[in-house]
Design a protein around this ligand. Structure first.
Ligand SMILES: [Zn+2]
Length: 349
């Protein structure tokens, strides 16, 4: 895969191909935008374009050939001049940043550039960010750092201000659908699932490609990884019902399940507001809940939906700090009651 193969990100791709052609490369970039829209893949493809042995140049833009030994090594994750750092257990520690600094300080072995890609860079802890800042202030020659982040606001200003920011946008539903279909043609894609665990088959997904594209809200990567909200819908409604009926024992096994629930709640509230305002099921992102949504839309005032949305987003922000499951459960139960979820709760809870 080369830069030109990244779909739906025309602006950043053009910028990067032009800078590769002109040899005007920033010492640090910040690729930011929602998860699952191609930031990390673009970073890898940019690394390929910068170090490619047989780059493809047209009209003042340079791209990788994706076939030479350098490109193949980057694809396989074994290029000695390209390192990728990822968070382990939601944190990037100082040791990893030290390793990055050491690697960048050496001369390139094979390529023209030493390139470090830091995925989910906002998960650097304070010590790591401080160590990293020194590297940004005095970047080693011929080195390029690419920070990838879905929450750039959580990076220290001092780090952010030293990077060239490159914004990535969500894709259109049609573009996402095209990507899902292409991937389905080449391999079996793990699909959406209840709480992102049980993987569905390629056949299941083929049937639901259009729905998945809508649910992804422009983020094909989430659909491909099976992390979409809206999957496992029955489970979601059951959890809401348990909350509204006074069950105090949280149903979520872990933080990931909690985050998945909140994603689904966001989608649900969005659709509830659409149903309330328009009454048109055709505009729902997830028609699976059409019946419940049209019932609820009769009971719940618009301002309550908006207020619930805002409160739910505060809860989502608190997830970063490993909050107590029971507290979040009880808080969400209050929100569920305000939404009159008990009016649509299935019997038996
Ligand atoms: Zn190449």
């Amino acid at each position: 895969m080369a830069l030109s193969d990244i779909l739906g990100q025309a602006k950043p791709i053009e910028l990067l191909k032009k800078s590769a052609a002109a040899g005007r490369v920033a010492s640090a970039y910040l690729f930011h935008g929602l998860s699952g829209i191609g930031k990390r893949q673009t970073a890898l493809n940019f690394a390929k374009a910068l170090n490619c042995a047989q780059p493809v140049s047209t009209a003042g833009q340079t791209d990788a050939c994706d076939a030479c030994p350098s490109c193949r090594k980057i694809n396989a994750g074994v290029h000695p001049d390209v390192i990728t750092i990822e968070p382990a257990k939601d944190v990037i520690k100082i040791d990893e940043i030290r390793q990055l600094i050491e690697t960048l300080s050496l001369s390139a072995f094979e390529g023209r550039f030493k390139i470090a890609i830091v995925d989910e860079a906002h998960l650097m802890n304070d010590r790591a960010a401080n160590a990293f800042l020194k590297c940004l202030e005095e970047p080693p020659a011929q080195s390029v750092i690419i920070l990838v982040s879905s929450s750039p606001e959580r990076l220290p200003d001092t780090v952010r201000s030293r990077c060239l920011a490159v914004a990535f946008k969500p894709l259109s539903a049609a573009q996402v659908e095209g990507i899902l279909k292409t991937r389905l043609a080449s391999d079996a894609v793990p699909g959406a699932s209840a709480r992102g665990r049980k993987k569905t088959t390629a056949h299941d997904i083929n049937i639901n490609t259009a729905r998945l594209a809508r649910l992804s809200m422009g983020r094909p990567g989430l659909a491909l990884k099976g992390e979409l909200p809206g999957a496992g819908g029955e489970d979601f409604i059951n959890i809401l019902s348990r909350m509204a009926s006074g069950v105090t024992q949280p149903s979520w096994e872990d933080k990931a399940a909690m985050a998945s629930f909140l994603d689904q709640m966001e989608l649900f509230l969005r659709d509830l507001l659409v149903m309330k305002a328009t009454g048109q099921p055709g505009l729902l992102l997830d028609p699976e809940f059409e019946k419940q949504l049209s019932q609820l839309a009769r009971y719940v005032p618009e301002e309550v939906i908006i207020e619930t949305y805002s409160n739910m987003n505060k809860v989502r922000g608190a997830l970063v700090y490993n909050p107590n499951k029971a507290i979040i459960w009880n808080y969400m139960a209050c929100l569920a009651l305000k939404l009159n979820i008990n009016k649509i709760a299935p019997k038996g809870f």
